[in-house]
Every structure is written in C-alpha cells, then in structure tokens.
Ligand binder design. Structure first.
Ligand SMILES: Cc1ncc(COP(=O)(O)O)c(C=O)c1O
Length: 365
C-alpha cells in the first residue's frame, strides 16, 4: 500500500545512535560532572578562540551539543502553542526541506512546486532522485500568486508525494492566507505531504499572529536566519504531527545543530528586542516600494524582507543587475526561465541609500 513516507522507512526503526549526555541526564535524573564517554577534546586550552570570543564560546564549541535540542524546543513549543513532540530543530529551513524529501520520497517519486519558487527545493528534490512537476504562478496584475488549484491538480495528476509552497514566497514575495492553506491541505491525497516553508512569515503582517500549531498532512518550516538574524549559525525548525516527525527523525543528522547555535538561538528568542527589526524592515519595504513604483517600476507586493521588481524582459533585468554590479552592488535575478525578468532587492538601510536609488532612477522605465 502506498504511504506518505519513503517505502524503506516504514517498516524499519532507525533510532539515533548518539542521543547525547543531556538526554541521559533527563532520562536518569543524574547530573553528569565528568564526561569521559564522548571523545571530545576536553583539555585543549583553545587559546586563540578564547582570546577572541571568551570561555563560554569555547565550552559550547568544544562539546557535542544536545542532539534533541531539548531546551530550544521547549522555548519553541511555548511560542508556537504545540507539544514538544511536534517540533524538530535542524540546521536551517534548507536542512529541513532536504530532511522532508528524504523522509517522504523514494527515487522516482514526483514532487510539485511553483515554477521559479525558492530553488533549494528543486535542488534537494533532484538530490533525492525525485521528478519535479512545476506549475506557473498566477499573475493577477498586482502580484504573482501561488496557484493553489493548479498545484492540487498537478499533485493528483502525478500522484505526487510532496507539494512545496513557500508562504510568503521567495522570490515573488506573495502570500496565501493561512485559511486557504489549511483548506488546501485538506484536499490533498493522504499520500501527499505539504512542505510549507514559512521562512519569511514574521515579516508578513497579513499572516500574524504567525504561531498557530500544526496542520494535518503538513510540515511547517521556520527559519531563524531571517527575522532572528542568525543565518550564519544555521537554525530552523519544523512543526508537524508526531507521526510525521517520527519518520523525519529516522533520517535526521543528529548533531547538525551545534551547542553554540542552540544557545545563541535561545538568547535571540528570549530577547524581545530581537524582533524590533521587523518594524524597520516594514518601514523600508513601504518606502522602497513607494519610491520604485513612482519611478515606474512594477513592484510586487511583498510579505518578506525583500521587494521584487518585474521588468518588461529578461534582458532588461539582466542589464540592471550588471549595471548595479559595476557599481559594486549585488541584487538577485532568479535563473529560472519563468521568473528571469524579476530582480529581487533585500531590505536593509543601504537599499534606501544613494547611490542605489539614483542608479534605479537612471534605469527606470
Ligand atoms: C523560502 C526560503 N526558505 C528557506 C530559506 C533558507 O533558510 P535557512 O537559512 O533557515 O536554511 C530561504 C533563504 O533565503 C528562503 O528564501
């Protein structure tokens, strides 16, 4: 019988061979004072790192972290109104996309996404041996919208195992209401899982409050790279029903999120000042959108920390990218032919500075 999960995982258990010392302490109630079992380099002075970053950094860097990310998951569970067994932490949303594909798909399985959406999905899908079926965005004259009905049709037509939606989407910036997504997921066949990538959800006012538990048949992915500014530390998490996470755990790299990253994530999540950046991003997004629209560019509405321009042709988009590059400014143009006339600009103070704005004024339609 066909299942939601990769065939080879269903029958076999694959427990983590190294649950780690924090798990041992939790299970036994004994606090370990002398670690002689995990082959870390315990006596190294780590002088250079200590001089630069201090002793706490060295202690976190020296030791294997908690593979279960227990403390971090406790914080995230409260934030997201879910139970501990409905959360898994991994090395960024990217690692979670890859994890989902490994857990749900066998080589040759079909997966579905929008043509030109966040390309890591296609990259990991190809790496897992999947066949990708793409669906065009719907241009309503204002935004480029993910076409939920077309995605559903493609899932049914191809008997797809996974459908991927980034909500809000990269690189179009558009979003679907969570009610529409919840309805979409109820219409999926039982053997297909929605991988709902919510890396940018914190930036989308229309999707607040962002934290709303799990959806059946769906893995919701979150990233600490964007609103929490930790892209370099690689922390993301997924919210899903325990039976789905049980399968994800069979293929997860247990030490992928180091102790340092877990600790920094905890500090960032605990501090209310962290999300002050959202107000700033929203101000820059509005100001840049208004400015570029006044110059005659088609600026796509965005629920993210970037805005995208849709130029009349791929050549014009490429010329703008090259011209900016000559001024040592990098923006992003997707390679996918469906979206190669799009230019994506990350929101930050520099995006409102001269000379960037004056170059755009020179090149405006
Ligand atoms: C839609 C989307 N998902 C995931 C990621 C990657 O997130 P992370 O850094 O947590 O792997 C990005 C990064 O740009 C993204 O645009």
């Amino acid at each position: 019988m066909r299942s939601r999960f990769a065939a080879h995982l269903i029958e076999q258990d694959n427990p983590n061979p190294f649950p780690g010392i924090p798990a041992l302490e939790r299970r036994t109630g004994i606090s370990i004072t002398t670690r002689l079992g995990s082959n870390e380099c315990l006596d190294a002075p780590m002088q250079a790192l200590q001089d630069r970053f201090g002793m706490q950094f060295c202690e976190l860097a020296r030791l294997y972290g908690d593979p279960e990310c227990h403390a971090l998951r406790e914080t995230l569970a409260v934030m997201n109104h879910v139970d501990l067994d409905e959360i898994v932490v991994d090395g960024g949303a990217d690692a979670l996309i890859s994890l989902c594909l490994r857990a749900f798909c066998d080589p040759g399985d079909k997966v579905v996404c929008s043509a030109g959406t966040y390309p890591s999905f296609g990259y990991f899908a190809r790496a897992a041996g999947c066949v990708i079926e793409e669906v065009a965005y719907h241009d309503d004259g204002h935004a480029l919208q993910v076409d939920l009905q077309a995605l559903l049709d493609a899932v049914v037509r191809n008997e797809a195992k996974v459908v991927y939606i980034a909500n809000p989407d990269n690189p179009t910036g558009s979003w679907q209401g969570i009610g529409d997504i919840a309805e979409f997921v109820t219409r999926l066949p039982e053997t297909c899982t929605l991988v709902l990538d919510e890396a940018y959800i914190d930036f989308c006012e229309a999707l607040q409050p962002a934290f709303g538990g799990t959806l059946p048949g769906c893995v919701r992915l979150r990233s600490l790279s964007k609103a929490y500014a930790l892209a370099g530390l690689r922390v993301g998490y997924a919210l899903a029903a325990p039976d789905i996470l049980e399968q994800l755990h069979k293929v997860r790299i247990h030490y992928a999120v180091g102790g340092l990253a877990q600790y920094a994530a905890q500090v960032a999540l605990d501090d209310p000042r962290t999300l002050a950046t959202l107000t700033e991003a929203s101000f820059i997004r509005d100001a840049l959108t208004a400015h570029l629209s006044n110059l005659g560019f088609r600026v796509l509405p965005s629920g993210t920390n970037f805005v995208s321009l849709l130029l009349p042709s791929a050549q014009l988009a490429q010329s703008l990218v090259e011209y900016l590059l000559e001024q040592r400014i990098s923006v992003h143009r997707p390679r996918h032919p469906a979206l190669d006339r799009l230019v994506r600009i990350t929101l930050c103070a520099a995006a409102l500075d001269e000379p960037f704005l004056s170059i755009l004024q020179e090149t405006s339609p």
